[in-house]
Ligand binder design. Structure first.
Ligand code: SAM
Length: 193
């Protein structure tokens, strides 16, 4: 089922996530070639393009990508969008400086799948490329299990074969209603292979 076609997309806030904005304001990410994995309807991708990033976005949902292209058109920015399975063949982009993920990684509940997402992110990056991840935070061992919530250990265990951890911060997603939705903010630098 395509949740975009169904209109069931509570994560889609229609504006850039505050964590992404803060990372840019802190200078932790600078304009560069960025691939957004699981870009949804493109609010973050379009914001990045407005800040001078060279943006590619992919999502497995054709409905989401159609909306992302429309959003970029309305904003008057250039960004390339692909209907693409991030866990499948390499996307048709050159080596990137940054891969950004808000919500794709955490849609996978098992360690093997999450590690595969991290491996794919690394494969899309050039040397010294970075992976910026915002994913659901599971605060306490024994808390609600399953999809869209990770422990810090789960994030680092998936990332660490491919990335040196630069930052792991307890944060909150920007939400539609301003409510608290705990998140991890992770930034890793691709390891030399
Ligand atoms: C929680 S949503 C977040 C969307 C967007 N980043 C946002 O913040 O609004 C997760 C997104 O990942 C996409 N996704 C999940 N697995 C994917 C895959 N293997 N390849 C491409 N997109 C995927 C979903 O279609 C969905 O748009």
């Amino acid at each position: 089922m395509d949740r975009y076609a169904e209109g069931d997309t509570p994560w889609d806030i229609g504006r850039a996530d505050g964590n992404l904005v803060r990372m840019a304001e802190r200078g932790a990410i600078l304009p560069c070639a960025v691939l957004e994995a699981g870009c949804g309807t493109g609010a973050d991708a379009v914001w990045l393009a407005e800040q001078g990033f060279t943006v590619s976005g992919l999502d497995e949902s054709a409905a989401a990508i159609r909306l992302a292209r429309e959003r970029a058109g309305r904003a008057g920015v250039t960004a390339r969008f692909f209907v693409w399975d991030f866990l499948g063949d390499p996307p048709p982009v050159p080596p990137q400086d940054l891969v950004y993920d808000r919500g794709l990684f955490h849609s996978y509940s098992g360690h093997a799948d999450r590690r595969a997402v991290a491996r794919k992110a690394a494969a899309c990056l050039g040397p010294d490329g970075k992976w910026l991840l915002v994913c659901g935070r599971k605060d306490a061992p024994g808390g609600a299990p399953g999809v869209c919530r990770c422990t810090a250990l789960e994030v680092v265990a998936a990332a660490e074969p491919y990335f040196d951890t630069l930052l792991l911060e307890a944060a909150f997603f920007s939400t539609k209603d301003g409510g608290d939705s705990p998140a991890w903010l992770y930034l890793g630098k691709k390891r030399a292979s």
